[in-house]
Design a protein around this ligand. Structure first.
Ligand code: SAJ
Length: 431
């Protein structure tokens, strides 16, 4: 492969372009954002990812990677653009459509076209192939059309792009083989060949598996809060079984993958995808469950002072996309009864529409601290600082991440604990 054109220079497209360039391929990266293109041509990037600035600088200086607003002729095209969801939870494949249209004028017989964006099943057949056909090329004979989903974890992208197993699914076995060979230039893990729709579905099912399992853990937390069972102990003990892996309950599921991808399956098979839809509903209900617990915890106070800790969708990152913590904070802020203080050491003021306070400002005089993200800073919260600063030292740890102990006057609740009401009496059998 002499030359690759990568469309979309985001969290996945840019590292992908850089890694191909590092392997000696001539790469042109295309983006609609002028700033991204201009900065990249100077060897600079605007996203944060471990190790990426160094690799980009090296390949831009060596001339192997350059950026442009327009696609160019190449041997292979890799489309790596976002697929957001519409208000009604259906997939918006408009960027995939426009990226495909943008490369069509530069396509020649024998080229490889790969879509890496996460897409609903059958998108390669029903959306991408027809665009190529309209342009006068046979999508099964003239070009090699394939889907190769990205599966990397932010923070480890440069490692996982190389080491993870890749799944490549083409419209024909020949297309699959050609697309797989593109990845074999950079991937040390397995490159597995399959059909397009299988590749589309396997990516979606990876994230759906996790979402459904988190829903099960969240349901256990709700059941435990009713029955007076220790959900976390139950998970710990059940997971001693070699084939059981109950996930962790929490304030909900966020981010741009788990909270979105299951809907791409529901959209295509709503009557069958019942467990998947229900799991989304259960996970989406968790912010309200947290709010109910906050109401119970503060029911007896006149003007409760509540400190909310953590806004990101998971710990030790600065990403607040689809974060359940944001929903919780906004609902608590909307209640005029509360004096609310918000603190997150990983988030900057301009990312959120409300003021942020330091740890000290947030806990001073507080009646309740609610932990909503498992940042390392929260795992290490100092018990004595809370006891000294809070008016009534009560903590609701929705991520079960702190090391705080139920002692010396501190009360600690976790998600799934009975709060407020007594556990209902469970009737013994035969009584
Ligand atoms: N969460 C729980 N309980 C758990 C595990 C996670 O409530 O037991 C929550 C987290 O707090 C977070 C959400 O789930 O809100 C998602 O976090 P995550 O770390 O599971 O996943 P993402 O969205 O950051 O990345 C996922 C990864 N997929 C899988 O692990 C199957 C990643 O490999 C994918 O590349 C990425 O989605 C993607 O782009 O699809």
């Amino acid at each position: 492969m002499q030359k690759i054109c990568v469309i979309g220079l985001g969290y996945i497209g840019l590292p992908t372009a850089a890694i191909f360039a590092r392997a000696g391929v001539s790469v042109v990266g295309v983006d609609v954002n002028k700033q991204v293109v201009e900065r990249l041509n100077k060897g600079e990037i605007i996203i944060e990812e471990v190790g990426l600035p160094e690799v980009v600088k090296e390949v831009v200086e060596s001339g192997k990677l350059r950026a442009s607003m327009e696609p160019e002729e190449a041997d292979a095209f890799i489309i790596s653009v976002p697929t957001p969801i519409h208000e009604d939870c259906t997939a918006n494949v408009e960027y995939v459509r426009s990226a495909t249209k943008a490369i069509v004028p530069y396509l020649k017989k024998g080229n490889v076209v790969i879509v890496e964006s996460t897409i609903p099943p059958r998108t390669m057949d029903d959306v991408v192939a027809p665009i190529i056909e309209e342009a006068g090329l046979n999508p099964k004979e003239d070009v090699a059309l394939a889907h190769c989903p990205e599966r990397v974890l932010p923070g480890r992208i440069l490692i996982e792009l190389v080491e993870n197993t890749r799944i490549v699914g083409g419209l024909t076995p020949e297309a699959t083989a050609k697309a797989a060979d593109v990845y074999r230039q950079i991937v040390t893990g397995d490159v597995i060949e399959t059909e397009a729709v299988t590749a589309e579905m396997s990516k979606l099912m990876e994230n759906t598996f996790r979402d459904v399992n988190i829903a099960l853990a969240n349901e256990l937390a709700k059941i435990s809060a009713r029955l007076g069972v220790d959900a976390h102990k139950v998970i710990e003990l059940a997971n001693k079984h070699p084939r059981v892996n109950i996930h962790q309950p929490g304030p909900g599921v966020g981010g741009h993958c788990l909270a979105v991808d299951p809907y791409f399956i529901v959209e295509k098979a709503p009557e069958e995808a019942r467990l998947i839809q229900l799991s989304r509903d259960i996970n989406n209900s968790m912010p309200d469950f947290v709010i109910e617990q906050i109401i119970k915890l503060t029911a007896e106070l006149k003007e409760p002072k509540i400190a909310l800790f953590g806004l990101t969708y998971k710990g030790n990152i600065d990403d607040v996309r689809e974060s359940p913590a944001i929903e919780i904070v906004e609902k608590v802020l909307a209640n005029p009864r509360y004096d609310v203080r918000v603190h997150d050491p990983h988030v900057r003021e301009e990312q959120v529409p409300f003021p942020l306070l330091s740890f000290e400002e947030a806990v001073k005089g507080a009646n309740l601290v609610v932990v909503l993200a498992d940042h390392n800073e929260f795992k290490a919260i100092d018990q004595q600082a809370l006891l000294a600063q809070m008016e009534t030292p009560v903590v609701f740890d929705t991520k079960n991440c702190t090391n705080l102990k139920q002692e010396e006057g501190l009360t600690v609740y976790r998600i799934g604990d009975v709060i407020g009401l007594q556990a209902i009496a469970v009737k013994p059998i035969n009584s």
